[in-house]
Design a binder for this molecule. Structure first.
Ligand code: PLP
Length: 385
């Protein structure tokens, strides 16, 4: 049967090969430490789980409005005010099926066929596919360690062409965990606004920032769209819930698309998420943030000692993007050998683009400290340290 070119052209995920091999090793009785997967090893806070169960028992399972439950949009707006000191009206917030649903709908409202969208390389692989889904042209924009693997105004200005519609970036970034400076982002937003373009800022890891005051790009300008999610900080990956903050002019076009393409996000997840902002739940999530920070603070220096250099210290998320060129000429080879010989699974850099990615691997510290210590022992033996 015929399948569309946009599906045929998608590059396979290298990490899937790692995952398949990890599963085969496990089936043969080996123990594997999984550091290739980008999701928290925690579940939602107890009050969220209870609110979800209550929604089910009470039959609160009907469609909601396309932009989400009004009380959830209000709760997210209040979260911006109390946590980030940002004034984001509930009317600008649309609840989505994860950040993925938000990116898909936002780009469906923004990208015309043939328009180019700038995407950081290395960066989250989904961005390319969301652009392609609407016949846009993803244009890789190399980002470098010197600028914390984030776009610079100069880079954006140089890359911007007659057909460029906008830029998508993630901060903290997947795979590097690094953040863009607020002042640089502001300058980029102003430049893009002067070109009539859009700036999508993926803040899915915004809740997981360590040792720096958190901030948001929401409200930074009329062309700025912020994407966020309950997946990471709130540890609700499988619940499929997120949100976007939209400029006023985009709310109605977005809403019409959302009505047709999704109808709404999961009602059960939305009722459950209302309990995510209570002091009790936030205390749970903050304890986990501290746990992630402790893991980062343990793992980064251990990797450095083994010659797995982290070009830029990650400020957030739960990823370490490490240079493995001291141990292998090719990161995929390194990842496969590391798995086979040491039973530690990591993601080859190639999944995140072409720019220097063949010498890097991503470790997700989504394992407890005990398992991380075990991983370091195995890495030490593997690297001959
Ligand atoms: N954006 C980034 C940078 C991610 O890392 C992910 C998931 O790993 C997503 C978006 C999609 O997340 P979700 O759809 O679960 O909210």
């Amino acid at each position: 049967m015929h399948s569309a070119r946009r599906a045929d052209d998608i590059a396979p995920f290298e990490v899937m090969e790692v995952l398949a091999r990890a599963h085969a090793l496990e089936a043969a009785g080996r123990h594997v430490i999984h550091m290739e997967i980008g999701e928290p090893d925690f579940t939602a806070a107890p009050a969220v789980v209870e609110a979800g169960a209550r929604a089910l028992r009470d039959g609160r399972t009907a469609y909601t409005s396309a932009l989400g439950l009004p009380q959830l949009r209000e709760a997210i707006s209040a979260f911006y005010a109390t946590r980030l000191g940002a004034q984001v009206p509930a009317s600008a917030i649309a609840v989505t099926a994860g950040a993925s649903g938000g990116l898909l709908l936002a780009l469906s409202a923004l990208v015309d066929p043939g328009q180019e969208v700038l995407i950081p390389d290395p960066g989250y692989p989904g961005y390319r596919q969301f652009v392609r889904a609407f016949e846009g042209v993803p244009r890789a924009m190399p980002v470098h360690a010197a600028a914390a693997f984030q776009p610079t105004l100069e880079g954006v200005r140089d890359a911007w062409g007659a057909r460029t519609a906008g830029l998508i970036l993630g901060s903290p970034s997947n795979p590097t965990g690094t953040m863009i400076q607020r002042s640089e982002l502001q300058r980029i937003a102003e430049f893009i606004e002067s070109r009539g373009g859009f700036l999508v800022v993926d803040e899915i890891y915004q809740g997981l920032v360590y040792g720096e005051a958190p901030w948001t790009a929401a409200g930074m300008g009329p062309g700025v769209i912020v994407v966020n999610s309950f997946s990471k900080y709130f540890c609700m990956t499988g619940w499929r819930l997120g949100w976007v903050v939209l400029p006023e002019a985009l709310v109605r076009p977005y809403e019409k698309l959302a009505q047709h393409l999704f109808i709404c996000a999961s009602a059960i997840a939305q009722y459950a998420a209302l309990a995510a902002f209570s002091a009790e739940s936030i205390a749970v999530f903050e304890a986990r943030r501290a746990e992630f920070q402790a893991r980062r603070d343990y793992f980064v220096p251990e990797l450095e000692r083994l010659g797995l250099r982290t070009p830029v210290r990650p400020a957030g998320a739960f990823y370490i993007y490490a240079d493995c060129s001291a141990h292998a000429p090719d990161a995929k080879r390194f990842a496969l050998d590391l798995l086979d010989r040491a039973g530690v699974a990591a993601t080859p850099g190639l999944d995140f683009g072409e720019n220097g990615t063949r010498s890097c691997v991503r470790f997700a510290y989504t394992r407890g400290l005990d398992e991380l210590r075990e991983a370091v022992g195995r890495l030490r033996e593997f690297c001959g340290g």
